[in-house]
Design a binder for this molecule. Structure first.
Ligand code: FES
Length: 162
């Protein structure tokens, strides 16, 4: 995730792979109408509408598995906060990707990740980093849990012996 090489052209990552279907569905995301092939994830539909939902574990090269829980959204009239990467877009639904509730949940999740991240992002020299980008995008400025996570890898385990 850290240290993206700037020599490569940055392409849009739609979050989940494209779906082929003769049928389409039309939904509303953050007030914008978007039509996508049936079976497309809400995350991809949002990105096609120009809306980037925060994410860590999904990209458009692999089938989504809904692990990181950063991409949660709200669907009007439905309870809960489903993961947009594993929830298919459905005809007629209205999705919100930015609410106070979602932002609070995302910040809490990201704070836990950062508490076990073995680098101080402010001091990291890697440059382009998805972890830092996501922390910033959810507005995480402080980590209440400290930086001494019990699961940090020991430096000796990071050295190749081959
Ligand atoms: Fe990780 Fe959706 S991007 S759960």
């Amino acid at each position: 995730m850290c240290g993206t090489d700037k020599r490569f052209v940055e392409e849009i990552d739609y979050g989940t792979p494209a779906v082929r279907s003769e049928k389409t569905v039309t939904l509303t995301i953050d007030g914008q109408s978007v039509t996508v092939p049936e079976g497309t994830s809400i995350m991809r539909a949002a990105r096609e509408a120009g809306i980037a939902v925060p994410k860590l574990c999904a990209n458009d090269m692999v089938k989504s598995f809904g692990s990181c829980r950063l991409c949660l959204v709200e669907i009007e009239g439905k309870g809960g906060t489903p993961a947009s990467c594993t929830t298919p877009a459905m005809d007629g639904i209205s999705v919100n990707t930015q609410t106070d509730r979602l932002n609070t949940i995302r910040r809490g999740v990201m704070e836990l990740y950062m508490s076990d991240h073995p680098e101080d992002c402010a001091a990291c020299a890697a440059g382009d980093c998805e972890m830092a980008d996501m922390a910033e995008s959810v507005g995480l400025k402080q980590n209440r849990y400290g930086d001494e996570g019990a699961n940090h890898l020991e430096p000796r385990l990071l050295v190749s012996t081959g």
